[in-house]
Design a protein around this ligand. Structure first.
Ligand code: FES
Ligand SMILES: [Fe+2]
Length: 364
């Protein structure tokens, strides 16, 4: 590959993609089974289960998983399905002070690790089945202030899975950040349209003419592909121009990461916004976004830092609703007879890499 400036900025050639891949029901099922059931998925902030026996029910992708803080400080995750006759065992997130969950149907009692502790009419069952019964566990790890789960046994551990993205994120010291903001959006579009929408910058002068185009040097983004993930650096006014010569890219740019398949970070050195995009049927997606705030930078009062964070989060909300308008417009025409191939240019190389990865994983 040539190593001229353009190739360094945009490492992949243009590509195209059949638009049916965004609407086809069978493709959607393959993506759930071959991507989402086999990769590490970020669920919610670790701080949501701060105390022993705090638990959250995570429900996406037609799955229901209970994630609990155990006494030793680790987290346990298990499928929220009673092993008697399949009831939804736990109905609401909260704190389990008794350390026991009681099935609402016939009263099987489970402990916080998902193990069956008591079954009414136990002797009327085949006791050899009852004695070792537990809800099937789900792999769980914590990283970057969030709880992650994985449904597959043969996917490598989270840090290995994240690879270069994990190394990039380590620099920020996310364990010192606080999760301060959250928004949830429902979008009328395939989940991949939403991922695509956030992984290129050249829509900025059009979609974000009012909010971002004067601030973000969108035409100078540099793309990096590290399959299955990708990231980019974006120069930004007020940060890149003030950074000392030779400063680390994470100190001098917005750095923007996709952890495959559905989690995005948009990072300033001191604070960041991060969101996951959940498929909700072929033509629907949910976006759950968090604002994370690092320690107050030197030379700034806590009050000013709080004000700045409020302003940044409000900006993020405004920018996201600009994206949502275009994304929902896509939903209106997704089944149009005018839908053809989509064309990705060199500035859309992260989309090319993303869809190539999906094709690799969903082809038989
Ligand atoms: S389904 Fe849970 S006890 Fe019967
Ligand atoms: Fe955007």
């Amino acid at each position: 590959m040539a190593t001229d400036d353009k190739s360094r900025q945009y490492p992949l050639p243009p590509s195209s993609l059949d638009s049916c891949l965004y609407t086809d029901e069978q493709q959607f099922t393959r993506e759930i089974e071959d991507l989402f059931h086999k990769t590490w998925l970020r669920t919610f902030p670790s701080s949501d289960i701060a105390r022993t026996n705090d638990f959250v029910i995570w429900e996406e992708l037609d799955q229901s998983v209970v994630i609990v803080r155990l006494e030793d400080g680790s987290a346990a995750a298990w499928h929220n399905v009673c092993q008697h006759r399949g009831a939804r065992l736990v109905e609401e997130s909260g704190h389990c002070s008794s350390g026991r969950f009681i099935c609402p149907w016939h009263g099987f009692i489970y402990d916080v690790s998902g193990k069956l502790r008591l079954a009414p009419l136990k002797n009327e069952f085949d006791t050899s089945r009852i004695d070792t019964l537990r809800t099937p566990p789900v792999r769980v790890e914590e990283y970057g202030g969030f709880v992650w789960i994985c449904f597959a046994d043969d996917t490598p551990d989270l840090k290995t899975y994240l690879g270069e993205i994990g190394t990039e994120l380590d620099w920020f010291g996310l364990e010192n950040f606080e999760t301060r903001y959250r928004i949830d959006l429902s979008l009328d579009a395939n989940w991949k349209v939403v991922v695509d929408a956030f992984n290129e910058t050249w829509h900025v002068p059009f979609t974000h003419n009012e909010t971002l185009s004067e601030v973000v040097r969108w035409g100078q983004a540099e793309l990096h592909i590290c399959d299955p993930h990708s990231w980019m650096t974006i120069p930004v006014r007020g940060l890149t121009d003030r950074a000392p010569e030779g400063a680390d890219h994470r100190a001098s740019h917005i750095t923007h990461y996709l952890s495959f398949p559905n989690t995005i970070w948009s990072n300033f050195p001191t604070h960041l916004q991060t969101w996951s995009i959940w498929p909700d049927g072929p033509g629907k997606a949910k976006l759950v976004a968090y604002g994370l705030v690092g320690p107050c930078p030197d030379g700034l009062s806590e009050e000013d830092w709080a004000r700045q964070n409020e302003r940044d989060w409000n900006n993020f909300r405004a920018v996201t609703s600009e994206d949502a308008r275009v994304i929902n417009g896509w939903g209106k025409v997704s089944r149009s007879l005018g839908q053809r191939d989509y064309l990705f240019n060199r500035a859309e190389g992260r989309l090319t890499a993303f869809h190539a990865e999906i094709a690799r994983r969903t082809s038989d």
